[in-house]
Write a protein that binds this ligand. Structure first.
Ligand SMILES: Cc1ncc(COP(=O)(O)O)c(C=O)c1O
Length: 390
């Protein structure tokens, strides 16, 4: 495994000089090389005519190289990857594109992000789908999760739709076992992996999910407006494009005849996108590959574990995230007795330039521990929390 030269990496991420940034789970600060890649590509397009053959060709190459780079990071084939704008965008390619029948059931859980819950709620209205919401807690164990899931399956269950890592508390789901359980019952699995790439090591072949939606702007430290959806090859024909652009058909004529493109993931592409932000995305994925997913994950987990033990020693502070084991990630959530999360967040930002976020449900204060964070930053945060308890 590679070892990270954290000090050298921090020099490449300008935000780390200005503040203590603990909110990568929302939006990660980009390295200089990512900013430059966007800038250079945009300049190149503007100065050389954005639709000239050379510019178009190099734009298509950025797209292909991005899929190849992400494919390497998550062990998937570029043919199974669609570039999207963000995690939610990818989830919304799949969910409304499946052939739902009234009474079909989706299993999700109470800890989910609105990006999971609301598309499901919508489907209950427009397609008569039923939602079965597992009641979990922030520190549920894998055994508890799997036994609740097992009890929730019915002959009508068509999909399990959960986050790989819960945004609210960092609880890492037993993705591989969930997929196994679902597959034994012929049930599809879609994972919201907003908290996945750049944060933890990923292997699509090992996890085996049907659909896996990821962002570029969080732990990958890419630009906003980037992301990627993985659809396992055999599932591509089963999803009908809901938004249709020129790649929807292999051929068509002006009389209304067309031959649909059913098997290629490109069928979901709608129209013109920005090669400039994708150049930034490509650079971000390459940056993550250079650092090594295993090394980044190991550092996040080590920092998270250190923060949890420091916070646990502060009277009035309660860590709500899992404390140890395979349920852990680089997200740590805690509460402060008698204090509104938003007030603590605001206090730390205005008084100490320490940036974290409040979580609405279950209520808490969330810290994202990325590979570029340090023990010294954790000490600063804990000092601020201690002051907030008084
Ligand atoms: C689990 C989860 N899902 C979805 C989202 C929304 O992400 P995006 O902006 O990539 O759509 C987030 C963002 O924090 C998240 O944590």
């Amino acid at each position: 495994m590679m070892t990270l030269d954290v000090e050298a990496l921090r020099k490449q991420i300008p935000a780390t000089e200005k503040m203590t940034y603990f909110n990568t789970g929302w939006d990660g600060p980009s390295p200089i090389s990512v900013v430059k890649a966007v800038q250079e590509r945009f300049e190149y397009e503007s100065y050389n005519g954005p639709s000239t053959p050379e510019v178009l060709e190099s734009g298509a190459a950025i797209e292909q190289q991005s899929k190849e780079a992400l494919g390497k990071l998550i062990n998937a084939s570029p043919e199974e990857i669609l570039l999207t704008e963000n995690t939610t965008d990818g989830l919304n390619v799949v969910l409304p594109g499946l052939d739902w029948r009234p009474g079909d059931e989706i299993i999700s859980c109470n800890l989910e992000h609105p990006s999971v819950l609301l598309p499901c709620y919508n489907l209950t209205k427009v397609a008569g789908v039923k939602l079965n919401i597992l009641q979990l807690s922030s520190n549920s164990t894998h055994d508890e999760i799997l036994s609740k899931l097992e009890a929730a399956f019915t002959p009508k269950t068509r999909m399990v739709f959960l986050s790989h890592i819960e945004f609210s508390c960092g609880l890492r789901m037993p993705a591989k076992q969930i997929v196994k359980m679902a597959k034994e019952r012929g049930v599809m699995v879609m994972l919201d992996a907003a908290q996945g790439p750049g944060h933890v090591k990923l292997d699509m072949q090992d996890i085996g999910a049907d659909f896996y939606s990821t962002p570029g702007h969080k732990w990958l430290l890419g630009p906003d407006g980037t992301g990627a959806l993985y659809i396992r090859k055999d599932m591509i024909p089963k999803v009908r494009p809901v938004r249709v652009g020129y790649r929807f058909a292999k051929s068509f004529d002006e009389k209304g005849n067309f031959e649909p493109n059913t098997n290629e993931i490109d069928k979901f592409r709608v129209s013109t996108t920005s090669a400039a932000i994708r150049a930034g995305y490509l650079e971000a994925v390459r940056f993550a590959l250079k650092n090594g997913a295993e090394a980044s994950e190991e550092r996040s987990l080590k920092l998270a574990s250190h923060l949890k033990s420091e916070l646990s020693a502060v009277p009035g502070v309660k860590v709500t995230s899992p404390m140890e084991g395979p349920e852990c990630s680089g997200l740590v959530t805690f509460t402060v007795d008698g204090k509104e999360p938003a007030a603590v967040v605001s206090d730390l930002w205005t008084k100490r330039k320490v940036f974290i976020r409040a979580i609405g449900y279950p209520p808490g204060i969330r810290v994202s521990l990325a590979f570029f964070n340090t023990e010294a930053e954790i000490a600063k945060l804990v000092e601020g929390v201690r002051a907030a308890t008084k």
